[in-house]
Design a protein around this ligand. Structure first.
Ligand code: PRP
Ligand code: ZN
Length: 299
């Protein structure tokens, strides 16, 4: 049973964003009882209900205060904003957190045989997209006069069907473009998932719950991009090694007890550590290097 007393969060029902939001909630310690095909999911250990909706509907649900929070891609948010503004409707919301996940870009792509053309190639062409407002805005800013065809899905098929000369769609890995023999040539927007709310004040219990959720969200996001790194090194090399590790915090240095001038070093790096970094620190004296995932962080 839905009640306004419980915090309502609008999330994507199915799709790529769904998997990452599920992962976020699980790591935050929220437990849900979900029955198949349910559109409302009740949290068992907090007064929270998840509303499972189409991602295009999330911004309006939050702005119209049907839901207290929403987790949605910036691409969808901007498209809705431009659409509402085109009809002189207000679009007031607040972004509480950039999630740094579900990163993708909205890009214009053309058939591979036109690869290498410049942006002027778009002049008087037809472009298929599910983001007509963002695309129109981009075209206007670049003084391009192209025809925009609004398509709900499978946009990448349109050039081969003869329905468009180019497309403007989301690109994550680039696999869909490649499969459809399309090449990317302009980025229209970089996007990630964000947590949004309406600008109205809520009850103090809801405000407290939002503050708790945001603390946990931040902790999970930080933990997932951070790594715990342990290695052995000569004491004289520790500073140089630490300098090579991205986003490294002050290391804990435990000297060996054998008078060898070597130490065990532990530290947290705030970014993903790649193989070339490990090879570089090995070259200047690190050995027995371990890189471990971090489950939770709180400072
Ligand atoms: C999205 C997007 C692209 C594809 C890009 O579609 O519209 O088609 O993912 O991802 P890639 O670069 O990793 O291949 P999605 O599968 O979410 O379905 P939809 O177009 O029906 O929304
Ligand atoms: Zn798609």
């Amino acid at each position: 049973m839905l009640t306004k007393k419980r915090l309502r969060i609008a999330v994507q029902k199915k799709g790529r964003l769904k998997a990452v939001t599920d992962n976020l909630f699980t790591h935050c310690g929220l437990q849900f009882s979900q029955t198949k095909n349910s559109l409302v999911v009740r949290c068992k250990n907090f007064p929270i209900d998840l509303l499972l909706v189409r991602d295009d509907d999330i911004p309006v649900m939050v702005i119209d205060q049907a839901c207290d929070l929403g987790i949605v891609g910036e691409n969808v948010l901007l498209e809705k904003k431009l659409a509402r503004q085109a009809h002189n409707k207000s679009f007031a919301y607040q972004t509480l957190l950039a999630c740094e996940f579900a990163r993708c870009r909205l890009a214009i792509a053309m058939p591979a045989l036109n690869a290498g053309s410049d942006i002027e190639w778009l002049q008087a062409r037809t472009i298929a997209t599910s983001y007509p407002n963002i695309l129109q805005d981009y075209l206007a800013k670049n003084n391009l006069d192209a025809k925009v065809v609004d398509i709900a899905g499978s946009v990448e098929l349109m050039p081969s069907l003869g329905m468009a000369d180019a497309i403007c769609d989301l690109v994550s890995t680039g696999k869909t473009l490649e499969e459809n023999n399309l090449v990317e040539f302009a980025t229209v927007l970089q996007s990630q998932a964000v947590v949004i709310r309406a600008q109205t004040q809520l009850s103090s219990s809801k405000e407290e719950l939002i503050a708790l959720l945001l603390r946990r969200f931040r902790g999970v996001i930080k933990a997932q991009s951070s790594k715990y790194i342990m290695f052995h090194a000569p004491l004289s090399s520790v500073d140089d090694i630490t300098a090579l590790l991205p986003g490294a915090e002050t290391p804990t240095i435990m000297p060996f007890g054998d008078g060898s001038r070597k130490a065990v070093v532990h530290l947290v790096a705030a970014e993903t550590v790649f193989w070339d970094t490990l090879e570089a620190i090995k070259n200047i004296g690190a050995s027995s290097i371990l890189v471990l995932p971090i489950e939770k962080m709180m400072s």
